[in-house]
Design a protein around this ligand. Sequence first.
Ligand code: DGJ
Length: 727
Amino acid sequence: MMTLHLRRADTSVVLDLPDDRFPVVRHWGPDLGDVSGEDLADATPAQATSLGTNTAWITNDLPILPLAHLGWSARPAVALSRTDGTAFSPHPTAFSHEESSEDTPAGTAHVVRSAGTDPVHRLSLGTELRLEPCGLVRLRAWVRDDRPESDGERGADLVVGELTPVLPLPDSADELLDTTGHHVQERRLVRTPFTPGTRLRESWEGRPGHDAVTWLAAGPTGFGWRSGRVHGVHVAWSGNVRHLAMNPASGRKLLGAGELLLPGEVSLAPGQTYTSPWTVFSWGEGLDTLAHRSHAWLRSRPAHPSRPRPVLLNTWEAVYFDHDLDKLKALADAAAQVGIERYVLDDGWFGSRRDDTSGLGDWQVSPEAWPDGLEPLVEHVHSLGMEFGLWFEPEMINVDSELARAHPEWILSDGAGGAPEHRHQRVLDLTAPGAWDYLFDAISALVERLDIAYLKWDHNSPLLAAGHEVADPTAGRQGAAAVHDQTLAVYRLLDALHERFPSLEIESCAGGGGRIDLGIMERTQRVWASDCIDAHDRQNIQRGTTLLLPPELVGTHVGSGRAHTTLRDLDLDFRAGTALWGHMGVEWDLTEADEPTRERLASIIALHKDLRGLLHSGVTVHADLSDDDMLRIEGVVAPDSSDALFEIASLGQLLVWPTAPRPLPGLDPSRRYHVRLAAPTYPELSLAAGWMAEGVTLPGSYLTTTGLALPVLHPDHLVLLRVSAVN
Ligand code: DGJ
């Protein structure tokens, strides 16, 4: 048996490649140094399957696809069976393993492909494990029905229940962290003790959802942003998903994730293969490092935006469905005046869509709302030097629409009426013959005609009781569950639009942050993190979202003084200072804002433009603080540590004040830094902290440990600190 030692980005993965099973992971975590696989082969026993075995020829090492026939008595990684009930316990025997190196845009990845055949049940299983240059481990599995395609007696098809690869955790992991939430409150961090049993987080709504897990992470109790060895799992898939952390009675703890398939959703005919989405694993000393790996991964995508993120204005909270050319032109004037670079017309421009009850699916400009078409607005926007973006919700349909009247059979259902409507909408079956082409043609025609730079791609309704009403000749089966096919069809649509319009940018929005995952991120350039743009709540939402995504991919908007979703009144400096970190935008009727307000907004947008090179390429860091989570010190440090921006934000009254000095994390301890206030100085801000008036120069070693005396911050206020290396 061969043992491999793979190393990338401070990460080692040690793998046994046995003849009788899939790879066995002996180590996944910190770099072990220059030591060969052979030297490690005898060092430690690997993860054991749950039961001992009386069979001398079988070892009890646990592979990345644990199966019952190996003596594993907990949840197996593979669930399948034939329609006649056989093949319920796949038993692959003859294994091959193939190791290679592959060039990627970010460097060389280590790849191990393994396959095993099960001649008794006439199927094969396989895995692909990749250690990426950024230290992420990506793992996927496949199953193939090995009956010959020519088999006249077709017999029983192979129904796939799940493929959920796992990796082992260190025993010190006794606390779990993931995210949950709901519409307007996405990605709140949740900690739970890692007790015996399984923490199972699933999405059954045809997308990861507003309560998506983001990362399911495990570490020693109290692990923080900067310390505590933490391992996490995320599945790169935009349909139904399953994440689990297992703490079985048999010993070592495991993390796993995969697609959640609905009953009968994937059924293989002779020769057909199901390949799971990528299950992505990250680790770090603290959550910051865990997040850096997915940030680095996303930044290495060929389609990662390479030009500065244009500051945008979105019309939704400014006018909602009330589309009036003069008003929207005046809004464009006000936007250009404060430095906006992209103008996005939201919902309400098409068909009979004057509110959310009708017209969805009719992707033709409404002659009622826009008698001269969108051209007069688009020309005005372009004449002001801004790009134009447009809202679509391609997968959704109002029953009250021309499209639904023409093609009722294009609507996903369970054959008996389906689930209740959400926001008066139902879901279009993108695999129904003609549906995908209709969307591609309708969207392409508008992109071409209006020179659209950006699509806001919304997705408000969950996919519940969603089956094919008609059979697609190649993929869909009438009456069968359709989320898997639908997810692939959406990917194909996004890919085809990018292929046709290479510079087109697409935002993934799903009633805010309901579809944020590494699968959709292969094909989109921004996410709308939440419909809540209240900066107080956004502090949490953005912190949770940047656990997975780098800030430049996260849409962050400045809203009006009173937040529409919470009715909270907040100062402009706090609103804009919170929005400044991501892909910044404004979503507010600026025609109603007075001149001093617009000037202040313009100055913070100018500051953002000045800083976005740093903000959108740097390393995101968070201080570990114990102030009831009311005080936040977060920042972005340039990759060479020469420059940084920090935010010190208060989200409520602290129990103690004045506080002890607090650290600025992530700086180079061997350098000296000048720290100064970058913005804002609101009138009530006490400059009591002596260094604030002139700034101060201190060693990085001091700033990252002892840190700075803080100004007295009022609840829902923040200050920004620019930190520049002087040596
Ligand atoms: C939900 C989105 O999240 C909002 O930003 C907006 O686009 C509305 N849909 C429009 O209906």
